[in-house]
Each structure stands twice: as C-alpha cells, then as structure tokens.
Design a protein around this ligand. Structure first.
Ligand code: NAD
Length: 357
C-alpha cells in the first residue's frame, strides 16, 4: 500500500531519533511491499530560525494532506526567551488544533526486563502493567473560560471545566474502539461525586457504552481513587478514558511506573485516520548530536501509527517484537542502562532493531 507521511524532525535530538523512525519504515516498506512517501516538515525552533514562525501555513498544509504525521521533538534553550506565540511548542499546538486531534493515547506497559526499574513493590510490579490512557486533548478546563476579578477578599481567579455531550461521546468512542482490540475493559475516570461536568461525563460515557458497545465492561473510578489504584494495583487497568486535566496528571503518574521516558510513545487522534505520533519526551538538548539518544520511543510511535492510522497491524506487531527482542538481548541506550546490560548508542540501537525486523 502507498502512504504519505509528514515527518517533523524538529530540534535537539529530533533529527537523530527521526533517522531511526525513517530507517524502520523503510525496512518495513521493503519487506512488506509498501510505499512510504516522506514529506519533511519544518516546525519548532528550526522553523522559527528560518521563517520567523514555529509553523508555516505551507507546513500545516503538508501535515493536513498526509496520511499521518510523525514528530520527533521540538524546543530548546535557544528559543526559551521568545514570546508565547513564537515558542517552538506553539507549532505543535497549531497542528493538534488544525487537525482536530482531540484524543491523546499513551500506552504504559512494563516490560519484564524493567521490573527492577519500576518504583513499585516487586510483588505489585510482577503482576504486570499494560494499560492505555485515552485523554481528551482539546476541551475541558485547559480551554474553558478563565479570568480574574476583584471580590470582597481581594483578587479572585477562575478557570472553567466545560464539556459537551459531543466532546465526551467522541473521546468515549476512541476508548471503546481501542478496548475492542484489547480486553474489552474500560475504566472511565471522573469526579462525579462533586463536579457537574463529571456527572455529564459519566452519563454520556455510559450511554455510548450501552447503545454502541454493549460487550464492553465499563467501570467508573473517581480520580482520587484512580491515583491511588495506579500505585496499589495497576494490573487492574486496561483502557482508561478521562478528561484533559485528569489525563494530563494520571498519564505522567503512569509513565513513571514503567521505566524510562525514552521508551514511551504516544498518539494524538481526531475524527479522521490522520494522527500525529510522537515520543512523550522532549528534544533533550543536553544530549543532542552525541549519538546517545534512545530512539525506541520514536520507533514505537511509528508502530502505533501503523496500528491506529495505517491499518498495518501485523507490521506494528513486528516492530514491537523487534524492540522487545533487542531489550531482551540486554542492549540499552544510556538512559536505561543497568547492571549487566550492554551499552549502545542511538545508531547502533536502531541497527539492532532493524536486524530483528
Ligand atoms: P526532555 O524530555 O527533552 O529531557 C528530560 C531528560 O530526559 C533529559 O535529561 C534528557 O537528556 C532525557 N531524555 C529525553 N529524551 C531522551 C531520549 N530519547 N533518550 C535519552 N534521554 C532522553 O525534557 P526537557 O529537558 O524538560 O525539555 C527540553 C526541551 O524539549 C524544552 O525546550 C521543552 O520545551 C521541549 N519539549 C518538547 C516536547 C515535544 O516536542 N513534544 C515535549 C516536552 C518538552
């Protein structure tokens, strides 16, 4: 099959980890007779330097016309003093908004060889962690009305959590569709004992489940309890669906349970098949250009794209298995190096993954 993929190398370690992603896609293309046409898109600091803005209209157009976007990372100290609208991250926010990417998907899976790196008690870690957090990305309190005024006790500030049925329905469907490809279990996280927006969330998620996904096992968990259960018994979770702010907090908590930032991929999805796929880490300017960055989160982001946007499920599995094999063989980049493991750089790690595809 033929696919058009927009590639954003961005800044810092971006070009190094993107080279790994491209090498993996090229190997899969050759082996399984697909054609990937790559469009290099400049965004972030590199675009600010060249065009004066973090994302040009032309760059956005290329992203919109692609089957999907792979992003390495943007940002760095060079652009830290820019005004808000000229920060590298603004380019990403513009892509998310313009492509309507309302669902952020973050898998958190503890590989057996990283059990020692998990901060939980061994008997809890050994039960396994394999969950996917589906976070609503373009609504809720981060986008609601906010402001300040003066009350009788001085200055007051407010932010507004506001969700519509449509917004909740569309994120619930993303979670349920994902759950149908896994164990058909969804935990919906809210604060319905206090918040009206959470009560609408809960009602709506249940209506979608009842009417469209009767085979899904749906449970409600209050967010305070969810934060506790993630530490106490993370094995109980499979797919989690939650709003923007709870998802922001809980996905960072979950990321710490499974080892290194250099291993975690993510996807941002909208109504169409076109998504944006990126490692959860940033541009790591401290290690840029040294061939020591971990390319695995970016490679695993490509696997997510294959599965969720391109319907290349077999190929996605092959990439994940290749990464598993390399880790089982004991090869590690510096960020995940442990006693008795074998140190490799970014290029060598990529070569080993390719060898196992
Ligand atoms: P970071 O994720 O870039 O780095 C945090 C630490 O993790 C650093 O020590 C870094 O060396 C290490 N690290 C990160 N990725 C790694 C990898 N693949 N392999 C090995 N080690 C890795 O976060 P930061 O230092 O807070 O931010 C640096 C820049 O990245 C900032 O400009 C920030 O705004 C930007 N940022 C971009 C994104 C994005 O592009 N989506 C996300 C977060 C931060």
């Amino acid at each position: 099959m033929d696919f058009r993929i927009a590639l954003i190398e961005g800044d810092g370690i971006g070009p190094e980890i993107m080279a790994a992603a491209v090498a993996v896609m090229e190997k899969i293309a050759k082996k399984y007779d697909h054609t990937f046409t790559f469009d290099m898109v400049e965004a972030g600091g590199v675009s600010i330097d060249k065009y004066g803005v973090p994302l040009t209209d032309e760059a956005l157009k290329i992203c919109k016309e692609s089957n999907s976007v792979v992003l390495a990372s943007v940002g760095g100290p060079k652009w830290d003093t820019q005004p808000g609208h000229l920060r590298p991250e603004r380019g990403l926010l513009a892509i998310r908004k313009e492509l309507g990417l309302f669902a952020n998907i973050r898998p958190a899976k503890l590989r057996p060889e990283f059990i020692d790196a998990c901060p939980l008690k061994k008997e809890i870690a050994q039960k396994g962690i394999d969950m996917v957090i589906v976070r609503e990305l373009t609504g809720g309190i981060y986008y609601g009305a906010r402001g300040r005024d003066v009350g009788k006790n001085g200055v007051e500030a407010y932010d507004t959590e506001r969700y519509s049925e449509r917004e909740i329905e569309q994120i619930a469907r993303v979670a349920f569709n994902l759950a149908m490809t896994r164990n058909k279990k969804v935990a919906s996280i809210d604060k319905a004992n206090v918040l009206e927006s959470s009560r609408l969330w809960r009602e709506t998620v249940h209506n979608v489940a009842k009417n469209e996904y009767p085979e899904i096992e749906l449970v409600d968990v209050l967010v305070d309890n969810a934060a506790m259960q993630l530490i106490k018994n993370p094995a109980q979770f499979d797919v989690i669906v939650t709003n923007n702010i709870f998802g922001d907090i809980l996905s960072d908590e979950a990321s710490q349970l499974v080892g290194s930032i250099g291993l975690m991929p993510s996807a941002s999805l909208g109504k169409t098949k076109c998504g944006m796929y990126e490692p959860i880490h940033g541009s790591a300017p401290d290690i840029a250009g040294k061939d020591i960055a971990n390319p695995l989160a970016t490679i695993l982001s490509v696997a997510m794209m294959f599965e969720l946007s391109l319907d290349l499920k077999k190929e996605a599995k092959i990439i994940e298995e290749a990464v598993d094999k390399v880790l089982k063989q004991g090869f590690r980049t510096r960020d995940i190096l442990d006693n008795g493991t074998k140190p490799v750089g970014c290029k060598e790690m990529t070569r080993l993954v390719l060898e196992n595809i």
